[in-house]
Design a protein around this ligand. Structure first.
Ligand SMILES: [Zn+2]
Length: 110
């Protein structure tokens, strides 16, 4: 809910500062480690947007995999199923590089 609200207020500010009346689409990237469930985010967004000038705006959500690098052997890999073990050397010393973020990637105005 809070995240959806932030996306909406950010987009409203952008619309105002750029003098657009219609926002067609908002693109966001959601990391798998960000604790945000894409379906709940879409649901909250669709509910909140009705009260605003974004009622016709589409939210496009892309999920970002968890990318990690091994501190022991330097191997870079994608983490599935939340197993934080290096597939190369079996080390637990892995560092997460990507997957914790929520980024607004684009706003499409009309
Ligand atoms: Zn390793």
């Amino acid at each position: 809910m809070r995240v959806a609200r932030e996306i909406i207020s950010f987009s409203q500010q952008e619309m105002q500062s750029r003098n657009f009346n219609v926002l067609k689409e908002i693109g966001v990237k959601v990391g798998k480690l960000s604790c945000i469930d894409p379906e709940s985010l879409r649901f909250a967004f669709d509910m909140l947007k009705k009260e605003t000038e974004l009622s016709g705006t589409e939210l496009k959500i892309e999920t970002v995999s968890i990318e990690a690098v091994c501190r022991s052997c330097g191997r870079e890999f994608i983490i599935d199923e939340f197993v934080f073990i290096c597939p190369g050397c079996g080390s637990y010393e892995v560092e997460v590089r990507k997957g914790e973020e929520l980024i607004i990637t684009h706003l499409t105005f009309e």
